[in-house]
Ligand binder design. Structure first.
Ligand SMILES: [Cu+2]
Length: 711
């Protein structure tokens, strides 16, 4: 749900940064094959594209530049020496390639570019292939074209007149770009977007002050306003009470407050960063950054101390799409059905994390570089942070009171490793966490905060509302509109190997038959539940509504068993936020994101199947994307499979969400399930405090001693 609020001058630091970052570029002599493109590589890719005779039209604008990762078998061979972690890896560098999506001559161009190994000489990069996208949809909007578009309205006479009529000072007006979606139009679409405007004035929260009823259409290729409507005038909500900045949001809270705190690690951090590889406790993984997906975690493997080996868990995982449909059908709102990843780019809208606030003091940061519209690299600082979390949680414990003469208590504190990115595509903020646990679990947490998208209204009291207002009155003249958030993860699990199967352990109620031959027993007990095991054969079996009935959802390696004969696996555990879309199947936004009807889908691995709402998400029609691919109903048993999980929230706004919303979190967990022979952190040492000294200290070295050896 992004728009583009900032006035043109705000762009200058960004451009300046771009210039500076080029000079700071330093190419690694041997990057990991999954490393994001370096600044020098982006520069080389740009030069190759601009020099290519395949796309002669000008102007040419870059909408996506990212790593076109090598084929999976090659990466596995590089990382694990043929697929088995622990074996000596073959370390020949792999060919570096880039995928470029550009606009030129009114067409969308897809180019694959060979990037020279050293990535430094522009003439060493060459275009390998070129194709014109003929299907529906357009590429991600660039930041620059959104800034250019929002600079148009103040010079557009009909808008000047509308603003004057409302008694608003144009100097206080900010506009934002909203994708138009797709509503069944079969003709050749233009690359247009809507523009809506707001009043900042005395507040930073201009989203709370819409100029309701005025909408413009901007042609992004011609960069001109091509449509205008001033349909209805509602009062612009007052600025008072909308600001969230310290010193502007009223007096600080009176009364008791939590005491200040600080995480101190007396022995330093427990994790090590080598290029883009992070090693911590029993985990090892690669952290990447993509201007569309943001954080990309690859090659996650866990050390099995009992077996003495490193074992594969996940090949590649990232947020594939974020679908945010609003629920007001009126003229200025019906198309607000955002695809934040495909239309705006999560990486593009990730901003520098604030040390000590977004991430604690014991944090390491990764930059996230991307290409500007002109193709030049932008070195985005501090886009991803990594830190050990001491949350005061317990990893496992037991108190044994059964002995008459003593009490046995064993407790192991939980320390986890968090990889965090924050995306602020307009009014909303998404805090996106990957949390690695020594137990072998990976937790995924999405925390929503930021500002509501509100509608101007004549109402000043809920009693005045007689018809469906499509939202909650959160302030005078301010309706916060109902909407959903669907965050879809692409999770290419490789549980202890490449080929996996999807198993549903369905909880099934049984009546006690009283007959041991049918599982019953001659006792007064009348019912119990048991497990019915279903192995998904095809993609249709892989679609699961997690709220339809109780079941454990497992991704198992059918070729591997524990010593006791159980199938090695990981299971998906949902925790809240399991909403699925309730829009009509034939509604156009739903057709573009039809995968949101079920939380779980499983597809066979295909390198090109990454973006749940399609590669060209802007004005997409639903003909490309997760639902279309899995509609082919391919086999998924004992294959390289990719689970997709959609975390969902129906958001009915409440007054506490205004003017800035306290964080609301939802998540899920991938948890080892018969993956290890036993609790993998049984051997974790107790904290020093339980031995009677240093009561307030948890020593990570102690907790994980014996678990941190690196293979
Ligand atoms: Cu919301």
């Amino acid at each position: 749900m992004a728009r583009l609020p900032l006035p043109l001058p705000a762009m200058l630091p960004l451009l300046l940064l771009a210039v500076l970052s080029v000079t700071a570029a330093a190419a690694s002599s041997r990057p990991h094959p999954l490393d994001p493109l370096t600044l020098a590589e982006i520069t080389a890719v740009r030069a190759a594209v601009l020099a290519s005779p395949l796309v002669p039209a000008r102007p040419l604008t870059f909408h996506y530049v990212g790593l076109d990762e090598p084929d999976k078998p090659d990466v596995l061979a590089y990382a694990y020496g043929g697929g088995t972690p622990g074996r000596r890896a073959r370390r020949q560098p792999l060919q570096r390639r880039a995928l470029v999506i550009a606009r030129a001559g009114g067409q969308s161009h897809e180019l694959r570019v060979d990037v020279a190994q050293n990535g430094s000489a522009a003439d060493a990069a060459t275009v390998l292939s070129h194709a014109i996208h003929r299907g529906a949809g357009f590429p991600t909007l660039t930041l620059e074209e959104q800034f250019a578009a929002v600079a148009l309205p103040p010079a557009y006479p009909p808008f000047v007149e509308s603003v004057r009529r409302r008694g608003v000072d144009m100097a206080d007006v900010l506009c934002a770009v909203f994708p138009v979606g797709w509503f069944g139009d079969a003709g050749a679409p233009r690359r247009v977007a809507k523009m809506l405007c707001f009043v900042a004035g005395a507040t930073a929260n201009f989203y709370a002050r819409p100029i309701e009823g005025v909408a413009m259409v901007v042609d992004l290729d011609r960069m001109a306003i091509v449509g205008y409507r001033d349909r209805v005038a509602y009062p612009v909500p007052k600025a008072e009470g909308t600001d969230y900045r310290a010193g502007k949001a009223g007096p600080p809270l009176a009364g008791p407050q939590p005491a200040p705190g600080l995480v101190v690690q007396p022995e330093g951090r427990g994790f090590h960063i080598d290029g883009n590889i992070v090693r911590w406790a029993n985990w090892e993984f690669h952290v990447g950054f993509d201007m569309r997906a943001g954080t990309v975690i690859s090659l996650a493997s866990v050390h099995d101390a009992d077996a003495g080996t490193r074992r594969r868990v996940l090949y590649r995982g990232f947020v594939s799409e974020v679908f945010v449909p609003y629920m007001d059908p009126v003229e200025e709102w019906y198309y607000r059905t955002f695809l934040d990843t495909g239309e705006y780019g999560l990486g593009l809208w990730a901003f520098p994390l604030q040390p000590g606030a977004d991430c604690p003091a014991n944090t390491a940061y990764f930059d996230g570089s991307y290409a500007g519209q002109d193709g030049k690299p932008v070195g985005g600082e501090n886009r991803i942070c990594v830190f050990e979390r001491y949350a005061g949680d317990v990893a496992w414990r037991h108190t044994e009171a059964g002995f008459p003469d003593r009490l046995i208590t064993e407790v192991r504190p939980d320390v986890t490793l968090v990889v965090r990115m924050v995306v602020s595509p307009g009014n909303n903020d998404y805090i996106l966490d990957w949390e690695f646990k020594t137990s072998g679990s990976i937790k995924f947490v999405v925390s929503l905060t930021g500002l509501l998208e509100v509608k101007g209204t004549p109402y000043t009291h809920a009693d005045e509302i007689t018809a469906d207002a499509h939202g909650t009155l959160v302030s005078e003249n301010t309706l916060a509109i109902y909407h959903d958030h669907y965050v879809t993860y692409h999770l290419d699990l490789d549980v202890d190997g490449t080929n996996n199967s999807f198993v549903k352990n369905v909880i099934t109620t049984k009546r006690n038959t009283g007959d041991p031959a049918t599982g019953g027993a001659d006792t007064p007990r009348r019912s119990y539940w048991t497990v019915r095991r279903e192995v998904a054969q095809t993609e249709a079996d892989g679609e699961v509504d997690v709220d339809a009935g109780p079941a454990d959802l497992l991704f198992v390696n059918p070729g591997k068993k524990t010593r006791l004969g159980n199938e090695i696996g990981y299971r998906l555990i949902t925790s809240g936020a399991t909403a699925a879309s309730v829009l009509a199947d034939d509604d156009f936004p739903q057709r573009r994101a039809s995968y949101t009807k079920k939380q779980v889908r499983v597809t066979p691995y295909s390198k090109s199947e990454k973006w749940a709402a399609g590669l060209y998400a802007d004005q997409s029609t639903g003909d490309d994307g997760l639902a279309a691919w899995s509609g082919r109903n391919r086999g998924i048993m004992d294959k390289d499979i990719v689970p997709w999980y959609t975390l969902g929230l129906h958001h009915i706004p409440y007054q506490e969400d205004f003017p800035v919303m306290p964080t609301l979190s939802g998540g899920f967990e991938l948890r080892p399930s018969n993956f290890f022979e036993r609790n993998p952190i049984l051997g974790a040492r107790p904290p020093a405090s339980t031995h009677g000294h240093s009561a307030n200290r948890v020593m990570p070295g102690d907790v994980f001693a014996g678990k941190t050896q690196v293979i």
